[in-house]
Each structure stands twice: as structure tokens, then as C-alpha cells.
Write a protein that binds this ligand. Structure first.
Ligand code: Q46
Ligand code: ZN
Length: 290
């Protein structure tokens, strides 16, 4: 029996798998994430969330290929690539691969050091850019990522703590396509981290359990721990926090994000929309390659 305290419910194996897929289907419908016939590219890291998401999207009948980005983080990246590849191979799925060191010229640990950026900041920037590029190049309509309810609640918590209004205006399970960006969706927003892990175990999905070594001690993990303590006392808090924000507050911040989008121009080097002449990713690549 799998207990989900947030829903005050217990499930057997088959009902739990159906429950998870149903939550994903609901998120897709509620936020109009994927329309019939659209081609989806899902970014997979080899971890539980993204592989569960790929599996669930296929089970729901979507046309989905995978995208794996090798970050060059020592054995962690070697192992994560193996999990992503074996998931795809066992199910005869298409996995698009990009290797940051081989294809772009730097790995996250060295690149971030040289560019004097925190590893997760250099990594996030690289992912955003390369995921979008791969989706555009492959002619996909939608890019899906495995961010779950715990991730979104923790990001929201951090943005609220600092009142980062420009980020609050952009925090949504769907970012529409436009100006060189494909639509970005987060179909796992209705599922918690533990549900994604339980889904993998029950669906027979082998995933990388080890977390990225670069995450240790970062703020995001601290926010997750704080929210876990609250959730323990009061199940449903994360859901109420995040979905309450979407219902009641998110629209208040969107004009600021929209105004920012109006000032974008094409990067002189790669053409991606940016606020400056050259986008942050191209500047990172330039510095890291030096
Ligand atoms: S992979 Fe990249 Fe994460 Fe590792 S370097 Fe940080 S952002 S922790 S999701
Ligand atoms: Zn650029």
C-alpha cells in the first residue's frame, strides 16, 4: 500500500501508477501544455523525475523523444548518461544527446570556475539554452522538464523570501512559445518528489539515485528541507502554497515579466533573444573556453 498523505489516500501498485498518470494528465489539461499531435522533447537527466515523466507521457499517448545533456560532472555524469540511455534502449525510444565538453567546449565544474559563476548557475543557464536549441533544431513543439511540486514550491519559496518579482512573474507550469523559444512545460507539478520515486520503483524504471555532487549546500536544498518540515506538520502545504500562488498572485507579477520580454533583441552571436548584445550563454561559453 502506498500512502499519499497530501491526498489522505492509500493506493495499491496499479492504482498508484494510474493516480500518478492522472495527475500528469490533469496538469497537461489544466494548463493546456500539450495539444493533440504535437511533438514533445523531454529533457532527461537519468534521475527519477525525468524518467518517470517520459514514461508517463508515453503511457498517456504522447509523441515523445528524450534529450540528454552530458554536463561533464565526473562519474555523476557518466552514470546519469548510462541510466538515460538504457531507459531509451530498453523501450526503443529516440534519445537526442548533447555533450557539453565535447560539443560546446567546457564542463560545468571547470566552466563555472573560469567564468566565476556558481556551478548551478552556469549549469541552469547552459540547460535553458541548449534544451531550447535542441527543441528548435529538432522541430519539436514542446519542451518538457521533470520539475515536480517540491521543486516548484522550493523555487517559489526562494523567490518570495527575496521578493524577486521578475522571477515570480515567470514562474508558471507553462511558458508560451515565441521569439525563438519553444513552449516549455512542467507536467509533474501536481506530483511530489516521493511520488515520482515510488512511481519509478513500481513501474520498474531504473534511475540514478545519487544526487548531483554540485547541489550540496545550495540554497534550493535548504528551501526544500524547510518546506518538508512544514509539510510533515501539515500535509498539503506545498500544494496549497504553489497552486494558491498560481490562482491568487501570479497574475500580479506577470506584467513585469511581459515588459522585460518586450526589450529582448537577438544575440549577436547565436540569435537567441536577450537583453544585451550577446546572450549570457554565449558570454559563458566565451569565458569558459578561454
Ligand atoms: S545538475 Fe546542474 Fe543541478 Fe548539478 S550543477 Fe546544479 S543545476 S545540482 S538540477
Ligand atoms: Zn547567444
Amino acid at each position: 500500500m502506498i500512502e499519499v498523505r497530501r491526498h489522505n489516500a492509500g493506493f495499491c501498485r496499479d492504482c498508484f501508477l494510474l493516480h500518478c498518470r492522472e495527475q500528469v494528465r490533469k496538469a497537461i489539461d489544466e494548463f493546456d501544455m500539450i495539444r493533440p499531435g504535437e511533438r514533445v522533447l523531454v529533457a532527461v537527466s537519468g534521475g527519477k523525475d525525468s524518467l518517470a515523466l517520459w514514461d508517463m507521457l508515453l503511457a498517456l499517448g504522447h509523441d515523445v523523444d528524450g534529450l540528454y545533456l552530458g554536463l561533464g560532472i565526473d562519474e555523476y555524469s557518466d552514470e546519469s548518461g548510462r541510466y538515460a540511455r538504457s531507459f531509451a534502449a530498453a523501450r526503443s525510444l529516440r534519445l537526442v544527446e548533447i555533450d557539453l565538453p565535447a560539443d560546446v567546449g567546457f564542463d560545468i565544474p571547470t566552466g563555472s570556475r573560469i567564468a566565476r559563476r556558481a556551478p548551478c548557475s552556469a549549469c541552469g543557464l547552459s540547460k535553458r539554452h541548449l534544451f531550447n536549441q535542441a527543441a528548435v533544431d529538432g522541430g519539436y513543439d514542446v519542451l518538457a522538464t521533470g520539475h515536480n511540486l517540491d521543486d516548484e514550491a522550493a523555487v517559489l519559496f526562494g523567490n518570495v523570501l527575496r521578493w524577486s518579482t521578475e522571477y515570480l512573474g515567470r514562474q508558471h507550469p507553462v511558458l508560451p512559445a515565441g521569439g525563438g523559444f519553444v513552449r516549455k512545460v512542467k507536467p509533474l507539478v501536481r506530483l511530489g518528489e516521493r511520488e515520482a520515486a515510488a512511481y519509478c520503483v513500481l513501474a520498474g524504471i531504473d534511475y540514478q539515485v545519487e544526487e548531483c555532487p554540485m547541489a550540496a549546500g545550495n540554497r534550493h536544498l535548504g528551501y526544500k528541507e524547510a518546506l518538508n518540515a512544514i509539510e510533515d506538520q501539515s500535509p498539503g502545504s506545498k500544494h496549497a502554497f504553489f497552486f494558491g500562488f498560481l490562482d491568487k498572485a501570479s497574475a500580479l507579477f506577470s506584467p513585469e515579466a511581459a515588459a522585460e520580454r518586450e526589450h529582448l533583441q537577438a544575440c549577436a552571436s547565436c540569435g537567441t533573444p536577450t537583453t544585451g548584445d550577446v546572450c549570457a550563454f554565449c558570454r559563458l561559453v566565451e569565458r569558459a573556453r578561454r
